[in-house]
Design a protein around this ligand. Structure first.
Ligand code: AMP
Length: 281
């Protein structure tokens, strides 16, 4: 379907504010780092279904990458992203340069506390501070009614929900289910880093999570379930963590209860893949 009106594009905070000002409300916002795939576009579709206008941002946020991580080689495809967003019916694309977000002398950061230091935060100590800070800035520019985030990055969604709650940000956070390939692998911009052999082994991440949750449902303790599910993971992958956590606090749970997430992160070579399963109430 072709969208009725052309998508506007903004590169500076001033341009974005002016463009947002004339958009019909309610306004949905989808922040991304680009290299868009159908997982990102599911967020745009969810926003379109509920909101009169959709703003998407594409910004590879240097503050959420640690030293030695993949900031430089993170996939970038501005022309493709722009075309996909226009086709998906976004009203505005905000694609700032780094200097528009972090001008010289920029120094303020948002630290969400212990939740941001566990799991992904233990492996990437400044990551969630970078995420919370940039999303807070983007929310102040776009001032949306609804913020759309993917369940695929479950800890990120918990961090952002906490930031919004703690700082009384006037926005509703809507979580969109993970979009997967047919073989169960969650779509991720980083999947392009995988070799053919690693990609073929990648479904074992989700399979391990399912085995873990299956054992928990049979009454196993978290520790026993993790030990028994671990061999399901391909030997090509290294396990960073496999655990059951409270959905709101991301504190580890010793036994099954809800709402919770079964979460896992693994490494295929230098490529980290995350996945989770939502354990509903
Ligand atoms: P990123 O560009 O990786 O920062 O992701 C931008 C947004 O898209 C985040 O809210 C992600 O959780 C979400 N997202 C990424 N991959 C998927 C997926 N496979 N399914 C649903 N949402 C996703």
């Amino acid at each position: 379907m072709t969208p009725a009106t052309a998508m506007a594009v903004a590169a500076t905070v001033e341009q974005a504010r002016a463009a947002v000002g004339v958009l019909p409300r309610p306004l949905g916002f989808v922040p991304t780092m680009g290299a868009l795939h159908p997982g990102h576009l599911a967020l745009v579709a969810a926003a379109r279904a509920e909101c009169a206008s959709v703003v998407a941002s594409v910004f590879v946020n240097p503050a959420q990458f640690g030293p030695g991580e993949d900031f430089e080689r993170y996939p970038r495809d501005y022309a493709g992203d722009r075309a996909k967003l226009e086709h998906a019916g976004a009203s505005l694309l905000f694609a700032p340069e780094s200097g528009a977000i972090y001008p010289p002398g920029y120094s303020t950061v948002i630290d969400v506390g212990p939740m941001g230091a566990r799991y992904e935060g233990a492996v990437r100590p400044t990551h969630f501070r970078g995420v919370a800070t940039v999303v807070s800035k983007l929310l102040n520019v776009v001032r949306p009614d609804v913020l759309y985030v993917g369940q695929k990055d479950a800890q990120q969604t918990a961090v952002l929900r906490k930031m919004v709650r703690d700082l009384d940000v006037p926005v509703r956070v809507q979580i969109v289910p993970t979009v997967r390939e047919d073989d169960g692998v969650a779509l991720s911009s980083r999947n392009v880093y995988l070799t053919a052999e690693q990609r073929a082994a990648a479904p074992t991440l989700h399979a391990m999570l399912r085995a873990f949750l299956g054992r928990l449902r049979e009454g196993a303790s978290g520790e026993a379930a993790a030990r028994e599910a671990r061999p399901v993971l391909s030997p090509l992958a290294q396990l960073d963590y496999l655990d059951l956590v409270d959905a709101d606090t991301f504190e580890p749970l010793a036994a099954l209860r809800s709402p919770a997430f079964a979460i896992a992160a693994v490494r295929f070579g230098n490529t980290r893949l995350l996945d989770n399963i939502w354990v509903a109430r």
